[in-house]
Design a protein around this ligand. Structure first.
Ligand code: 3EB
Length: 322
């Protein structure tokens, strides 16, 4: 018999019928950001490919619940949750609020180790209190982590922060009962050490995190883009941005997998969520990315705004190492 797995993911074209083993369902294309029970996150981001749903599953028994604004489900050592807030007013305030709800919640639940967080809100590059909204968000997120006792230096989860279309701010998270390993990228400055030019407080995230359960390591690579050191490269060149992003993914994933990855194409069973900023770049980006990772790779293509104006694409990755 196959050994039961704590956590695995699959992409689907529509809401799956088999819901018993579902820990969480992330569905693209909602008109507004939304979170409902049992844990279903609606992302106000259109799907750009056949797949529109990210289904997180487990072979273990699931417990589900709602605690104030947090909708959650848990199985074994893993807890999944999400919260939907208004994105009105200063986004820094909303971010601090979200993190000051989520962190105490995971601690009280007995899953204190944050593994992965996704942030989605609209107008990510609009102005907000003399900053870009993303930079204001980073300041509020850092304040939230700090208020909850984080050092902001090697104790942060993997994350993404992407601009959606509809209204609302959604944070989705995975947390663990057991310690998580955080991983950085040797060719990128750690985001939590970015210099002041990117905003008053640097982004609070690790490049990847890894959870080891039942002899298997699940690797979550954060949103990854065409950034080397701390600088964006290849403004206006979607193909070169894909190549730079693939190189970053190769190195971060290799570091988390603790093995040399010759080419991303060689990583079996990986899943990629790709955010494309402009529909007009989709075919160029898709063709180049698939040529680099292999035509059979599992992909979820979404339309989303990237947090620096010059970036055309951002990719996150999930992998398992046996
Ligand atoms: C970067 O590397 C690109 O603020 O949570 C990637 C992943 C990015 C996560 C976040 C931002 C975030 O800086 C942007």
């Amino acid at each position: 018999m196959k050994r039961p797995r704590s956590l695995f993911v699959e992409y689907a074209e529509r809401t799956p019928e088999d819901t018993d083993s579902l820990l969480a369902l992330v569905c693209a294309g909602a008109p507004e950001a939304s979170v409902s029970s049992p844990l279903r996150v609606g992302l106000a981001m259109p799907a750009l490919g056949a797949m529109s749903v990210e289904a997180w599953r487990t072979d273990l028994a699931i417990e589900r619940g709602v605690d104030g604004p947090v909708v959650w489900s848990r199985a074994g050592d893993v807890l999944a949750g999400a919260i939907a807030l208004s994105d009105a007013g200063p986004i820094a305030v909303r971010a601090t609020e979200a993190y000051r709800i989520i962190i105490p919640f995971v601690r009280a639940a007995g899953f204190p180790h944050l593994l992965r967080m996704w942030n989605q809100f609209p107008r990510i590059l609009a102005e907000d209190q003399e900053l870009e909204r993303y930079q204001a968000f980073c300041a509020g997120r850092a304040a939230g982590f700090e208020a909850e006792g984080f050092t902001l230096n090697g104790d942060l989860p993997a994350a993404s922060a992407v601009g959606a279309d509809g209204e609302g701010y959604v944070v989705t998270f995975f947390a663990s009962r057991r310690p998580v390993t955080h991983v950085e990228n040797p060719r990128q400055v750690s985001a939590f050490r970015y210099p002041r030019q990117y905003g008053p407080r640097p982004p609070s995230f690790a490049r990847a995190s890894r959870l080891d359960l039942d002899g298997e390591g699940t690797i979550f690579v954060s949103g990854t883009a065409s950034i080397v050191g701390h600088e964006s490269l290849h403004r206006g060149d979607a193909v070169a941005q894909v190549d730079e992003t693939v190189e970053n993914l190769r190195l971060v994933y290799g570091s988390a997998a603790r093995r040399e990855i010759g080419a991303l194409e060689k990583v079996r069973g990986a899943h990629y969520r790709i955010y494309v900023k402009r529909n007009c770049d989709l075919e160029t980006i898709r063709a180049r990315f698939l040529s680099r990772i292999g035509p059979d790779a599992s992909c979820l293509w979404l339309r989303g705004d990237i947090c620096r104006d010059e970036l055309l694409v951002e990719v996150e990755m999930i992998g398992q190492e046996g």
